[in-house]
Design a protein around this ligand. Sequence first.
Ligand code: 5GP
Ligand code: ZN
Length: 134
Amino acid sequence: MKNGCIFCAIAAGEIPSFKVYEDDVVLAYLDINPFTEGHTLVIPKAHSEGLLDTPDETLAAVLARVRKVAAHLKSALPCDGFNILQNNGEAAGQTVKHLHFHIVPRYGTGPIAFESGKGDMERLKALADRVRMA
Ligand code: 5GP
Ligand code: ZN
């Protein structure tokens, strides 16, 4: 891991991930501790820590991909909506210091409360295959 950043290592393919989308700017993959089925992270391939140190152009490009991936998720999964979550700083719950947008598919109605669970690897793989094909 060249800069000690786990998401840079995932973007470089040094650490495996359940990829759902990739292009020259971003990588999107399933969160290993999902809040809900299909919980996906979208990261820029270029490292920045959070919202405030990311160049405008990168941010605009990443957000366009967030929308694209959310549309893929919505067509591949029986979700009714989705939340976009983006944490900045430890106080906000940011645990990985590489800009990332969470896309959290939502099923049915309920409060905006998030509780992660440990992902089942077989299930995550099948899910990533399904979303990638959508
Ligand atoms: P944060 O709390 O920083 O906004 O979110 C970090 C997210 O990254 C968490 O939801 C956590 O489950 C996820 N995560 C941490 N390490 C890995 C990893 O190695 N692979 C994947 N796919 N997700 C990770
Ligand atoms: Zn990084």
